[in-house]
Write a protein that binds this ligand. Structure first.
Ligand SMILES: [Zn+2]
Length: 465
């Protein structure tokens, strides 16, 4: 099956041809570790995890390298460290903040069913590569030193603006540009800047005597170069990163390495809003992954995210989460505890069409209906497909336990009551079965009767909200 992906740079969906099929290389911008990740941050992590899984399926697990960085040097980290640990030296406080936040991020995305990337580089471990790129840019005439800063001269790169599809005038009007005395032109951006006393600092490039620290954009050019080379296959991230972050990465890398492309395909996921509104701390609708995981199993968040195509904006709603939970309950009742060996062709076909996850979910519904009639082969394909996509990670008991943990309800007791009710129905004692149903309803549990994989009656339950 031919994989087709949409490229933000050329604005077209085209057949994907890796530079080296024995090593398909993908870079995705990772988190800046200073606070809990919000549900908007989860979108690229889940979307590119699905792409990573698809690439592994198509090219073989050993033939895909997925790099997702951690930005551990940033003003926001410094501010947070100074606020949370006023008694500690700043560098020590920064280490605490980045360690804790990094661990929390790993726990969050693992709960969302995401595989760890192949390599997870940290910005502070790639300062030498950043300096090397900056020296090249200075030597090539694309960067200049002014007042202990190094700046990229946008006027030296005629391609600048191609990714965002904006002219310099439009970019100037749309961006909050700092007018600074060390800039020759307002759009020029910082590659390196001096550190304030007590801040993290490293030996500077460009013959600057004072120590300094890198700008944000140069970090990704350096880490992708180190781990994937001057040119690689896929660069991903959220649509909010197109400008200026990715435009600047592209300019830096192409000018430093004299290439016409940094990545062959640029992929961006759309915005996420919550209950029809832009998520913001001031609106009070700012939701962290951590908070959501207290109420829902990670798979529910994952499925809910994939119901919308990655390039479309997504509206994150309680209703959507409830529907996703119901779907998974039904799917797991059919597929649970099956090993699953062959992934269904219809699922792969949907994904190879620019990660068409709504079509993939429709394919899974179709499979579930057929598998529900008890066909062993289809049940196996259904289970294999769910596993390949990061669902059904453990046994039925695991799913029940996660639902219980999320709802605060004693799932063991519920399961026992559901079993009693099924027994009552089997012996046609409908008064008893109704009584148990009412008892469950009083506990806040809704039940649904359906048909299992073997064609026998199956009852699923969920927490009514
Ligand atoms: Zn980046």
């Amino acid at each position: 099956m031919e994989l087709k992906l949409y490229d933000t740079l050329t604005k077209e969906k085209r057949a994907f041809a890796p530079l080296d099929p024995a090593n398909v290389r993908m870079y995705v911008c990772g988190p800046t570790v200073y606070d809990f990740a919000h549900i908007g941050n989860a979108r690229p992590v889940i979307v590119f995890d699905v792409l990573f899984r698809l690439l592994r399926h198509l090219y073989g697990e050993a033939h895909v390298t997925y790099v997702r960085n951690i930005t551990d040097v940033d003003d926001k980290i410094n501010d947070r460290a100074a606020r949370d640990y006023p008694g500690l030296p700043l560098n020590e406080a920064i280490r605490k903040v980045t360690e804790q936040t990094g661990n929390q991020f790993h726990a969050d995305v693992a709960a969302l069913g995401c595989l760890p990337p192949t390599i997870e580089p940290r910005a502070t471990e790639h300062i030498a590569e950043m300096r090397a790129i900056i020296e090249r840019l200075i030597a090539n005439g694309n960067a200049y030193v002014e007042q202990d800063h190094v700046l990229f001269s946008v006027a030296t790169d005629p391609r600048y603006g191609n990714l965002a599809r904006r002219s310099l005038d439009e970019m100037l009007a749309g961006a909050r540009v700092d007018v600074a005395p060390y800039k020759r032109a307002p759009m020029d951006f910082v590659l390196w800047k001096p550190s304030k006393p007590g801040e993290p600092s490293w030996a500077s490039p460009g013959g600057i005597k004072a120590e300094g620290r890198p700008g944000w954009h140069i970090e990704c050019s350096a880490m992708s170069w180190k781990h994937l080379g001057e040119r690689f296959d896929i660069h991903g991230g959220g649509i909010d990163l197109v400008f200026p972050h990715h435009e600047n990465e592209l300019a830096q890398s192409c000018c430093a390495f004299h290439t016409d492309r940094m990545a062959n395909v640029w992929m961006h996921n759309g915005f996420l809003q919550v209950e029809g509104e832009k998520m913001s701390k001031s609106l009070g609708n700012f939701v962290t992954i951590h908070e959501l995981l207290a109420d829902w199993p990670g798979e529910v968040l994952r499925l809910n995210m994939l119901r919308t195509h990655y390039r479309s904006p997504i509206d994150w709603t309680l209703k959507g989460l409830e529907e996703s939970a119901k779907t998974l309950d039904d799917w797991y009742a059919v597929a649970r505890d099956l090993p699953g060996e062959r992934v269904a062709g219809s699922v792969i076909e949907a994904l190879t069409d620019d990660l068409n996850t709504p079509q993939m979910i429709a394919a899974l519904h179709g499979l579930r209906n057929l598998a529900g009639d008890g066909d062993e082969l289809l049940r196996d394909e259904f289970a294999a497909s769910l596993r390949m996509l990061g669902f059904l990670a453990d046994t039925a008991a695991g799913w029940t336990a996660r639902k219980q943990q999320a709802s605060g309800i004693d799932a063991g007791q519920v399961e026992a009551l559901v079993a009693d009710r099924s027994a009552a129905r089997a012996r046609k004692d409908f008064a008893e079965s109704d009584r148990i149903r009412d008892q469950l309803a009083a506990m806040g549990i809704a039940i649904k009767d359906g048909k299992g994989a073997d064609g026998k009656p199956v009852t699923t339950w969920e927490v009514a909200r």
